[in-house]
Structures are given as C-alpha cells and as structure tokens.
Design a binder for this molecule. Structure first.
Ligand code: CP
Ligand code: NVA
Length: 311
C-alpha cells in the first residue's frame, strides 16, 4: 500500500516510520533506474525548491539542485550572506515569506532549532540538509546504498568509527528504524548525545536493533557488516582540528580494521574525506568501499523525498 507523504517535513528520521522510509527507498530505486535508462520524469514541473546554506557543501547543494532539474523543477541557492537567517530577519518570518513563493525548503544550518523553527512556520515541506545535530538526507542515501546491494537490512550491524557527531546521531536512528544494529566507537568524551541515542534505543526496542557506544575499535569492528566513518572535526569545529587529530588518531578505518570485518562487509563515508585521518585511501579504493556509489545516491534518495513530499 502506498502511504501519502505529501506535505511532510524531513527534520529527523525519527519522525518517519520504517514503512515510510522503505517507501522512499523503493521510489529512489525506481527513479535511479529511470535515470539509467534515460526515462525522463518531470514530475515536479513548475515547482521550486529554496536551498538555504549557512555552511559549505558539494554533495547536498549539487544533488538537490540537479535533482530538482531532473524532476522538471527549479532550485534557488541562498547562501550565508544572502538571507541572514535569524539575523537579518527572524526564522519565523523567513519561513512564512519563502513558503509563499516556493514549494519546498531545504536548509543546512548550524542549529537544529533553526530547521525545526522553519518547519514550524513553513506552509511547504522543509528538508534538513544537515545541522550540528543530524543529517537525515545523508542517511537516506546510506540506507539506499545498503538496500540496493544487500538482500535484507534487518539484523545487519553497522560500526561507526570516529566522532559522536551529527552523522552518528542520524545513523543510529536510521539503523534502528531498519532493524540494523549500530555501534558508535569513539574516544572517551566524544560520545554521541544521549538524546539521540535514547531516540535510537526507543526505536530499536520495537525493531530488535541494538544501539551501543564503545571505545575499542578492533573489538567493535570484528564481524561488522558495514563500517562507517566521518571527519574528526565537523564544520564549525575548525579551531579544534589539531587537538582532535591527536585525540582521534586511533579511530581510523584502515586495512587492519577492514580486514577483521565480515567477509562481505562494506565501507561507507559521507564525505568529504580526510585521507590518513579518519580513513586511508587504500580503503576508499578497495572493492568493499561503496563511498562514491553512496555519494551518487544522495541524488536519487533526495529526488524520492522531494517527489513524495512536494508533488
Ligand atoms: N556529505 C555531505 O553532506 O556533503 P556536503 O557537505 O558536500 O554537502
Ligand atoms: N560531520 C560532518 C558531516 C559533513 C557531511 C560535518 O558536519 O561537517
């Protein structure tokens, strides 16, 4: 049965049921096949997406913009100096004005509250394109990558190595929704936020997924089905970069770590990558790495999200 997702915001995967997420993955898979066979699908013709960026981006910006173009619509880039979200004008007023012009708003902001506030006052769907707290669109693409290469998702284990950051939060919740086990392996003091882990554990109780935090990389990586990592210093933490390099030194995906995982394991990284920090180049180039397929899947997953919510 098709669930009607029109008008829905994507602020956190927590708000979406497993069935709704699966529906997006099916739709993404179909749209991807249509791109490959050259079948046009201008299903958002005449519609516009506003894209608010308070931080830099390659994947998010280009995949949303291209996605809208492929769906027959149009996207407008609004950079940090343009609208001054919450500075030149309140978030509420931006949401009310923008949503009277466009059919969807994608926002990459520092604070999670800003995206929540946009959704509260917007008359059109708001999509979270990354905040300091989470990155649900990235995880949709990650789940699509696992979904299209594995016969099942339930019961698979994902081991995330690195900072307990926005990616760790969204991955924990996304894995829990799909019944996948999730372990965040990080240095002491860099654990993911309790709030996010509690949300994931609550979901996991229903889906049978175990959500853990650990500190020993080799121990956690043994037999893992999916290895995942992200930068040690996220956008906004540039000043801590050098200090973090020393603290996170042992929290790296390299061949030694990859070789203790399950025989058919896969490696994922949301990118951008910092080679010889959180991941080595030989791992990214290994056949077990799906990193660039994963990056491509941002396009297909987000097109499904826009089509389902904005058509
Ligand atoms: N993974 C990701 O969101 O990349 P960008 O920061 O380049 O958008
Ligand atoms: N944790 C990273 C993710 C980048 C896609 C950051 O927020 O910079």
């Amino acid at each position: 049965m098709t669930i009607n997702l029109k008008g829905r915001h994507m602020i956190t995967l927590y708000d979406w049921s497993a069935e709704e997420i699966r529906q997006l993955l099916h739709l993404a898979d179909r749209l991807k096949q249509e791109v490959y066979t050259g079948t046009a699908h201008p299903l958002l013709a005449g519609k516009t997406l506003a894209m608010i960026f308070e931080k830099p981006s390659l994947r998010t910006m280009v995949s949303f913009q291209t996605g809208m173009y492929q769906l027959g619509g149009h996207a407008i880039y609004l950079g940090p100096d343009q609208i001054g979200l919450g500075k030149r004008e309140s978030v509420e007023d931006v949401a009310r004005v923008l949503s009277s012009y466009v059919n969807g708003i994608m926002a990459r902001t520092f604070s999670y509250e800003a995206v929540q506030e946009l959704a509260k006052y917007s008359a059109v769907p708001v999509i979270n394109g990354l905040t300091d707290f989470n990155h649900p669109c990235q995880v949709l693409a990650d789940l699509l990558t696992i979904y299209e290469t594995r016969s099942h998702m339930k019961g698979l284990s994902m081991v995330y190595i690195g900072d307990g950051n926005n990616m760790a939060h969204s991955l924990a919740i996304g894995c829990a929704k799909m019944g996948m086990h999730f372990t965040c392996v990080c240095p002491e003091g860099y654990d993911p936020k309790t709030e996010a882990m509690d949300m994931a554990r609550e979901v996991g109780q229903k889906t049978g997924s175990h959500i853990e935090v650990a500190h020993d990389v080799m121990e956690a990586a043994k037999g893992a089905n999916v290895l995942y990592t992200d930068v040690w210093a996220s956008m906004g933490q540039e000043k801590e970069k050098e200090e973090r390099k020393a603290i996170f030194r042992d929290y790296q995906i390299n061949m030694d770590v990859l070789n203790v995982t399950a025989p058919d394991s896969m490696v994922l990284h949301c990118l951008p990558a910092h080679y010889d920090e959180e991941i080595t180049k030989d791992v990214v180039d290994d056949p077990r790495s799906y990193v660039f397929k994963q990056a491509e899947n941002r396009l297909h997953a987000q097109k499904a999200l826009m089509l389902a919510t904005m058509a």
